[in-house]
Design a protein around this ligand. Sequence first.
Ligand SMILES: [Zn+2]
Length: 296
Amino acid sequence: MNRAVHRTSAALIGVLSSLLLPVAPALAQATTPLFDMTKVTEKAYSFRFLVHRNMVLVTSDGVIVTDPINPVAAQHMMAEINRITSKPVKLVIYSHNHWDHIAGAKIFKDNGAKIIQHELAAKNTGIHPDVVPADETFSGDKHVIALGDQTVELIYVGPSHGSGSIVMRVPKERILHTIDVVTPGRVVFRGMPDFYPKQWIVALKKMEQLDYDLIIPGHGPASAPKSAVTLQREYLEDLSAAVATATRKAGSVYALDKITDLVKEELRPKYGKWNQFDDWMLLNVERVGLEQRLGW
Ligand SMILES: [Zn+2]
């Protein structure tokens, strides 16, 4: 190959790779479908739409679905449910008051389903055009619902995230359905919007006391072992301790970059492989630091 040809090929390769580079992430995204339904146990499924998940539970007398996500997600969810069973959706359970999880119930309500929610969540849901208010609310720490051959315990875990946040235990399937309070394999969401880290730890301890084998979380994998709840609690405890120590070492609560570097160094051996470890750590650190200074 003479020099001119060699230069031309190199230039061509350069042009091609610069063209291809931006395409690669788009191709990777295109391979992840918009939604899917994963069978977790004999009767419990995890439905995913983009980054949100819920639980679909088939009983002998109809289907129970949790958070309907949004109208587009709910339409796909309904079609997926119709592929696994001919039974109608009879009950929709809202996990908490946040719109990104609960705005798609209309399609189920129009087909005869009843919506249930903790009264604290109902009081703090606000007005959103796609959020259908619950037909029934409950109060207190535990409410048991039964449909056909399944029961679901709706357990209020305290003021850890949003308002009226519940987890849902399905004894027959040995599952605990958790929404934003456990996301396996990822640091906590950005600056922890509407999360209360100290009370969140209390809630996670309550969840560790319950009897189940698997969780179906609201974000992340379709399911995870019970140990994911313990790891979530340990992350918050380790983060809190690391922020306190790093703040002392840095000498100022405003030295956020320095504090974050020290926290990363401390947490990397155990959590370095978790999603968003580098990208969201500064936000996690800032939120925990604020709680340590302000008391909430
Ligand atoms: Zn939420």
